[in-house]
Design a protein around this ligand. Structure first.
Ligand code: C2O
Ligand code: CU
Ligand code: CU
Length: 531
């Protein structure tokens, strides 16, 4: 393993380490106070901006089996910082994109129209896009495969079966080699699937069921987003956004709320806690409801992980304020205000007291959680590391370029439909954490360093936080004989790592032309037919 060049990020890391552990005198010189270059008085003080929830997208039409949506990926000028104009890219011209609501068993077809400019305004690359619905067992040609590129001016209809249990998913760009830039510009949104089990629960719903999409950005002098991926290590902003607002304040009533937390950051992990130390309940993970809620005082949320939590504000005095804070994780650069996320200001008694409880049993065991290690027919090992050229990330020494160079034939694994396997993922580095994401499947985290996983991880997952010097064992079933088959990606969800080039693929069953991820349903440049 060759030594990577010392980047600004490494210097910042030394600085942060110095501050925490050694308080060495030059710490102030390697300042990690802020990343933004815009005048500091343009950045609002934390907790001064009102909270907002993205709108729910309206279907273009619905028929007996399907809801049809149209989403345009377009540039727009937004105001993340009050009074400052920031060029952004958004689904439907908003950041985050509108929330899409689906029901298990009813299909959705989402037309994605790439109306982005021919080149990125400052970075100069062509923004081809590929839209991934993260958490959905889609067929390969609708899964946002890297290489299934829609160029500016093209559109593509994505078909989603919604065959999965109720859960919080998200749709985001997956354009090969530029996913990080495209998502940083704003191409991400939540997608919720409900089902009868979830709908029958007395848990908070409606206005009390609230998406929290968390991200971090930095600003250039002129108000545009500042891009610095620290030699492909990751982008670390000094401004924390919740639903596109910097450190917002949300007014809440004295009752329970359900928060659907999504870490949509490029490279920042969070360790979330309430400022008063109050416990809260985790009710769902990436793949949907846990069987029983887990009561915790903090959760670690790697990139792309989703946790649904219920927080009870009933005992908080009206007028009091509580903050959602970030205790930070190793190897994510901390700045002055990255320890703050958002604030809750308690207004007074609940105006609606229905659906205000969390039962001790939430759902029958999720299929991924009902698996046992004894059902596994193969154990595979995956080594995540930085190899070769500085800035190149690999899986078992291979990169996505190896897949491209092999005409998309090379596979990390070929598995039979319905097979159960254990994948053991190892991160031997002390310097990086890697949230590993496996497409198509929901898995169970069997162990973390030989010990039981964290309480919040004891539900169905599709991303696992593989920390420094950690080994994580995962158990999963790959589709079913009548489920989707073909080629699917697996990658690190630090999007800078993914783009450069920590991604490979596996194949379930046969690879047929009718499910070829690039050729089975290519994007079109023709005029759009009616949906
Ligand atoms: Cu959320 Cu392949 O990604
Ligand atoms: Cu995914
Ligand atoms: Cu990584």
């Amino acid at each position: 393993m060759s030594a990577p060049a010392v980047s600004r990020r490494d210097l910042l890391k030394i600085g942060a380490l110095g501050a925490a552990a050694l308080a060495i005198p030059w710490q102030g010189v390697l300042s990690a106070k802020s990343a933004s270059r815009i005048a500091s008085n343009k950045i609002p003080r934390p907790y001064t901006v009102p909270f907002a929830v993205p709108p729910v997208l309206r279907a273009v039409r619905s028929d007996a089996t399907t809801d049809y949506y149209r989403v345009v990926q377009r540039p727009f000028v937004g105001q993340i910082l009050p009074g400052v104009q920031t060029p952004l890219w958004g689904y439907e011209g908003m950041v985050p994109g509108p929330t899409i609501k689906a029901t298990r068993g009813r299909r959705t077809i989402v037309r994605q129209v790439n109306a982005l400019p021919a080149v990125h305004p400052t970075l100069g690359y062509t923004p081809w896009t590929s839209t991934h619905l993260h958490g959905m067992p889609s067929e390969p040609q609708y899964d946002g495969y890297a290489g299934d590129n829609s160029m500016p001016g093209q559109w593509k209809d994505y078909v989603y079966p919604n065959s999965c249990e109720a859960r919080t998913l998200w749709y985001h760009d997956h354009g090969v080699h530029h996913t990080a830039e495209n998502v940083y510009m704003g191409l991400a949104g939540q997608y919720h699937v409900s089902d009868p089990v979830e709908a029958a629960l007395p848990i908070p719903r409606g206005a009390y069921d609230v998406p929290l999409t968390i991200g971090d950005v930095a600003f250039a002098e002129n108000g545009s987003l500042l891009w610095d991926d620290n030699s492909h290590s990751g982008v670390y902003g000094d401004v924390i956004l919740v639903n596109g607002r910097p450190w917002p304040t949300m007014r809440v009533e004295q009752r329970k709320y359900r928060f659907r937390i999504l870490n949509a950051s490029i490279a920042r992990g969070y360790r979330l806690r309430l400022s008063n130390g109050q416990p809260f309940q985790v009710i769902a993970t990436d793949g949907g409801l846990m069987s029983a809620p887990q009561t915790v005082t903090q959760i670690t949320v790697g990139m792309a992980e989703r946790y649904e939590i219920v927080v009870d504000f009933a005992a908080i005095t009206a007028g009091q304020k509580i903050q959602l804070v970030n205790l930070g994780v190793n190897n994510a650069v901390d700045y002055d205000h990255t320890g703050k996320v958002m604030q809750f200001e308690v207004s007074g008694p609940a105006t609606d007291t229905r659906n205000n409880s969390v039962p001790a049993t939430l759902a029958p065991p999720h299929p991924a959680m009902a698996l046992t290690a004894g059902m596994s027919t193969a154990t595979r090992r995956m080594r995540l590391e930085r190899t070769g050229e500085p800035g190149l990330w690999s899986i078992n020494g291979k990169t996505w370029k190896d897949v491209e160079d092999g005409e998309y034939e090379p596979l990390f694994a070929r598995v039979d439909p319905g097979a159960v396997e254990i994948w053991e993922v190892e991160n031997r580095s002390g310097g990086w954490f890697h949230p590993l994401h496996i497409h198509l499947v929901d898995f169970q985290v069997l162990s973390r360093n030989g010990r039981p996983p964290r309480p919040e991880e004891r539900g169905p997952k599709d991303v696992v936080y593989v920390g420094e010097n950690e080994t994580v064992r995962l158990l999963m079933r790959f589709s079913s004989p009548d489920g989707p088959h073909g080629r699917y990606m697996v990658h690190c969800h630090n999007l800078s790592h993914e783009d450069h080039d920590m991604m490979t693929q596996f194949q379930v069953g046969a690879h047929d032309p009718d499910c070829d991820p690039i050729h089975a349903a290519p994007p079109s440049s023709a005029p759009e037919p009616a949906l």
